[in-house]
Each structure stands twice: as C-alpha cells, then as structure tokens.
Design a protein. Structure first.
Length: 121
C-alpha cells in the first residue's frame, strides 16, 4: 500500500482551484465590460442619439429644444443633433427652449431659456 500524504495533495488541489477561480473571474469580468460597452452603443444607435463625446465643447452656449420631459437628464435637439443632456436640477418640459450652460467631461448641462419680456416705453 502506497502512503500518499493528504496534506500535500490537498494543497495542490486548493492551489489549482484558487488559480482556476481567479482566471475564470477575470475572463467573466472582461466579457461583462465588453457586453456593457456593446449595449450602450446599440442603445445610442437605436434611438438615433449622438454620443455626448462628439466634441461637446462646441455645444457650449448653444441653444436647442428638449425632445423629452425630464428632471435630471433627458434628450435635446441641439444644432440638429439629438444629445443626452442633464439639467441644473430643475424639471424641464418637452419642447422647451434650452441653453447649454456647461460641459463637464461628456456631460452637457442645460437650463431653460426664459422668454424675454417686452419693454414698455
């Protein structure tokens, strides 16, 4: 009868198991990241929106019209392009004239344009 030390066998098995789990976790993480990136590209192309990263600094001070009602974020038509925008914290109704007040990374911050009151002479 051959005497195999159980401790040595179990350490090898544990080591192989731990390495295998780590490799599997890394592979799954990479796959999930790629799936998320693909999902966002499909959503943008299906809804016909331009990603906000198409030179968002060019939109600074531009005016447009909201195409959705939103409180924090929504879609607006600015310079003939549909873009994702965020408000400065207030609710903005659909078809409201807006102005881009800031660009923070790929976020386009907007506020509604207040109608100008005519001055009476």
């Amino acid at each position: 009868m051959i005497n195999i030390p159980l401790l040595a066998v179990s350490q090898e098995v544990y080591t192989i198991g731990i390495v295998g789990v780590i490799v599997l976790a890394v592979i799954l993480l990479i796959m999930e990241i790629q799936i998320c990136q693909l999902r966002f590209r499909v959503i943008d192309s299906e809804k016909g929106r331009s990603p906000a990263t198409d030179k968002p600094n060019d939109l600074l001070s531009a005016e447009g019209v909201t195409t959705t009602t939103f409180e924090l974020s929504g879609i607006a038509n600015i310079n003939g392009k549909k873009v994702n925008v965020i408000s400065e914290g207030e609710m903005i109704s659909k078809n409201t004239r807006i102005k881009v007040t800031g660009v923070k990374g790929n976020r386009i911050v907007v506020k509604p344009v207040k109608p100008v009151k005519p001055v009476k002479p």
